[in-house]
Design a protein around this ligand. Structure first.
Ligand SMILES: NC(=O)c1ccc[n+]([C@@H]2O[C@H](COP(=O)([O-])OP(=O)(O)OC[C@H]3O[C@@H](n4cnc5c(N)ncnc54)[C@H](OP(=O)(O)O)[C@@H]3O)[C@@H](O)[C@H]2O)c1
Length: 244
């Protein structure tokens, strides 16, 4: 029987988990449309399989980002999986306004813009799969990273809302909300030492497995699943006195 080649778009494929997932999907035979702002990094992915990779520079904070996504889908000849791996995050214990607002612009505005366009594409097509890396940081408001934790909570709730809307409209759109703990990528580069750091290559394998098995929510890894389950049970009057 002839096998059907699957097509995925990855936003945020230029580094970290997005790039590692791109490499695994290429090994599995997928055709990819890869996007981010740094084109040289995306071109290095294309060199791995020139006939199966399309490249687009997309800044998710730009107003034309949704149009650029549509033209990338056209160039790829369609899309079965939309994988969203873009995001920024910084600790901001002194509440610098630029950090707070840039994070909202990228993780909330950019996310809503791009996930929305993918959803509308799949709604027109009648089916598809949207997977996004959010974070365990959306579980509770985190004092060291206010806008990061708040935008990650927005992402968690937004995916939940779209999933309900898709079901109400009888659209066959699957959603996978991927929530890793600390991963050793550029996002965490700096002088702070994070505990329980995960390797991006290993996390990427868990992400692909969660996507292939069409999980609704995947916390990576099991230690963070336990930690977030405990966090959820901490009452607000106690949480507000935690020192993270
Ligand atoms: N590292 C962690 O501990 C951790 C834990 C949980 C969740 N996450 C989440 O995982 C996702 C991926 O992060 P990562 O850890 O793999 O870090 P990363 O290596 O810094 O990757 C971030 C990706 O987002 C892209 N990006 C950032 N701003 C963008 C913009 N305006 N337009 C388009 N693309 C943009 C970057 O590409 P360009 O710079 O080339 O545009 C890059 O490809 C993020 O959403 C992050 O919040 C990370």
């Amino acid at each position: 029987m002839e096998s059907v080649i699957k097509k995925a778009i990855i936003i945020g494929a230029s580094s970290g988990m997005g790039m590692e997932v791109a490499k695994i999907l290429l090994d599995e035979g997928w055709c990819l449309g890869v996007a981010a702002r740094r084109e040289d990094r995306l071109q290095s992915l294309k060199q791995l399989a020139p006939d199966r990779v399309e490249v687009a520079t997309i800044d998710v904070t730009a107003e034309n980002a949704a149009d650029r996504l549509r033209s990338l889908i056209d160039r790829l000849g369609g899309m079965d999986l939309f994988f969203y791996a873009s995001g920024i995050g910084k600790q901001n214990r002194t509440l610098e306004p630029d950090i707070e607002l840039n994070t909202v612009n990228t993780n909330a505005m950019g996310f809503t813009r791009m996930i929305g366009e993918a959803y509308r594409y799949f709604a027109e097509r009648g089916e598809g799969h949207i997977a996004a890396i959010t974070s365990i940081a959306g579980t509770k408001g985190l004092g060291p990273a206010p806008s990061y934790s708040a935008t990650k909570a927005l992402q968690n709730v937004y995916l939940q809302a779209l999933e309900q809307q898709a079901n109400a409209r009888n659209l066959k759109i699957r959603f996978t909300d991927i929530r890793p703990g600390f991963v050793d990528t550029d996002l965490l580069k700096g002088d702070f030492r994070y505990p329980m750091m995960l390797k991006p290559e290993k996390v990427a394998r868990s992400i692909v497995s969660a996507i292939n098995s069409k999980r609704h929510i995947k916390v990576i890894d099991w230690r963070y699943a336990i930690l977030t389950a405990l966090w959820r049970r901490i009452p607000r009057p106690i949480w507000r006195h935690f020192r993270l």
